[in-house]
Design a protein around this ligand. Structure first.
Ligand code: ZN
Length: 110
């Protein structure tokens, strides 16, 4: 996904996504890009108000000049008090070494 498209997706998320818990909208510094594919992107959204974490999958369909962006929430929200420090650390380590290949990433975690 090129930068221009990625920016469009981010604008779309900021316009349409709200925290399912407290309805707070997300801003640039509450969004982390986990990885992108040519027409898809994965984001981690962090609610600044209630501290909920949300994994978001975004797919972009382009038909001529018309573009359709769909977003899908993945797994439910991870409550801040149900996630341990070890799990956060695991995720950090995973993201540090993650090369964008979901197939091999999931294979390694089985
Ligand atoms: Zn919230």
């Amino acid at each position: 996904m090129n930068l221009k498209l990625l920016k469009e997706v981010i604008v779309h998320i900021k316009k349409t996504m709200k925290c399912p818990h407290c309805k707070t909208t997300f801003r640039d510094n509450n969004m982390h890009i986990i990885g992108t594919l040519p027409d898809e992107a994965f984001f981690q959204l962090y609610c600044p108000k209630c501290k909920a974490n949300l994994l978001l999958h975004t797919a972009v369909e382009t038909h001529r000049k018309h573009r359709k962006i769909t977003t899908q929430k993945h797994h439910s929200i991870i409550e801040p008090d149900t996630i341990s420090k070890d799990e956060v650390l695991d995720m950090h380590n995973f993201l540090k070494t993650f090369d964008g290949n979901f197939n091999s990433a999931f294979k390694n975690h089985k």
